[in-house]
Ligand binder design. Structure first.
Ligand SMILES: Nc1ncnc2c1ncn2[C@@H]1O[C@H](COP(=O)(O)OP(=O)(O)OP(=O)(O)O)[C@@H](O)[C@H]1O
Length: 353
């Protein structure tokens, strides 16, 4: 069923996100200019596409072709064709070991494939080092954050500026050029820290931040290089429910700013909440693509998560085990607050996101 276009409108300012409201006011599509928000365009563009693996997108930012990565005898990634729509949020999901992180590593220059090509805006990204990929506008965060614990929060941010396009050897030769650049970078870092509510911690060592604050720092640092594509590897993992809300808001804000976001996530509530499109991987391959509501209806996806095959029905013992796991999951959810407290979300109540 096609997604409801109203579900991804400009979201209302969250009370806990004062800086977001300020940022939103300055952003295309969220200011009262009558211009449609970028995410609406992405969602509208994807709405009538067939739910087929490898389907061509109307305006792809990233195109992957024939990429394989083999470790010993194991094919960790084998993606024939994948396009990522510009300006949308694409969720990359799949069971453990599906190849999601390996694909991220390949696309951002942290690993090299055995075969294949991939491009951003038509520019070949193969064989580029991570800093060169970042300079072209594609940045990523990591499952385990890479915040350097013995540097302060601000110093960590300034490291993120190194791939900036404004930096150049010539600029270094201009008297005062570096100092001007440093001042510019510091101002930009402080703006981002304010937006991510980490400004009060600018002089703290990153090592003393909570897991969630480190995730925020990592996202903020990724934005130092003015990226066009942001790849987030499990941005919500290990983050407490209160901060999850804040992180979700920040991811949506990236889309508001016109960035293309690809994120790996295991929590299906989160995936359903923020994705315009979902790509499902299993055993290295893309096994399904479509809007969030399409994947739970896809038998191949259900099988991949259950570790079963179409032609191999579950035994009674396996069914009992799956049932017991589901019941345990429900019991856990009943005991604690859900990670995404939908009832409290002002944006959802308004039907705007
Ligand atoms: N450097 C490596 N050497 C050997 N095998 C690896 C390496 N990196 C990944 N793999 C294997 O490749 C497969 C895909 O791993 P990957 O981490 O990409 O999966 P994933 O979908 O990100 O899983 P998870 O959701 O658990 O993070 C796994 O079987 C993993 O053990």
């Amino acid at each position: 069923m096609p997604a409801d276009p109203s579900a991804h409108g400009a979201h209302a300012a969250r009370p806990e996100e004062l800086s977001t409201a300020q940022v939103a006011a300055a952003l295309p599509g969220t200011a009262p200019t009558g211009r449609p928000a970028p995410q609406r365009l992405a969602q509208a563009a994807l709405k009538d596409l067939p739910w087929e693996v490898g389907v061509a997108k109307p305006d792809p930012a990233i195109v992957v072709d024939g990429v394989t990565r083999v470790f010993g005898g194991l094919t960790a990634v084998s993606v024939d064709h994948l396009e990522i729509q510009r300006g949308g949020i694409t969720g990359l999901i799949g069971p453990n070991g599906a190849g999601k992180t390996t694909l991220f590593n390949l696309m951002t220059g942290f690993d090299q494939p055995n075969t294949g090509t991939w491009s951003f805006d038509g520019k070949d990204l193969g064989k580029l080092a991570p800093h060169q990929v970042a300079r072209l506008g594609v940045v990523r965060t990591f499952q385990l954050t890479k915040a350097l614990s013995r540097l302060t929060v601000l110093q960590n941010m300034l490291l993120g500026a190194q791939g900036q396009r404004g930096e150049s050897f010539l600029r270094a030769l201009v008297p005062g050029g570096w100092r001007a650049q440093e001042k510019e970078n510091t101002e930009k870092a402080m703006d981002l820290l304010r937006r991510f509510k980490l400004d009060a911690k600018k002089d703290d060592f990153a090592g003393i931040l909570s897991g969630g604050q480190r995730k925020l720092l990592e996202m903020a640092r990724a934005l130092m290089s003015d990226p066009k594509v942001v790849m987030l590897d499990e941005p919500m993992a290990g983050v407490n429910p209160a901060l999850t809300q804040s992180l979700l808001g920040h991811v949506k804000d990236l889309r508001e700013e016109g960035m293309t976001v690809i994120f790996v996530e295991h929590d299906m509530d989160v995936v359903r909440d923020i994705s315009d499109w979902v790509v499902v991987m299993a055993a290295g391959k893309v096994i399904a693509e479509g809007p969030p509501e399409s994947v739970s209806q896809n038998q191949a996806v259900v099988d991949a998560y259950l570790g079963a095959h179409h032609d191999a029905p579950l035994t009674v013992e396996e069914e009992d085990q799956v049932l017991a796991e589901v019941e345990a999951e429900i019991a856990r959810e009943e005991q604690g607050p859900p990670r995404v407290p939908h009832a409290n979300r002002s944006d959802e109540k308004d039907g705007l996101v």
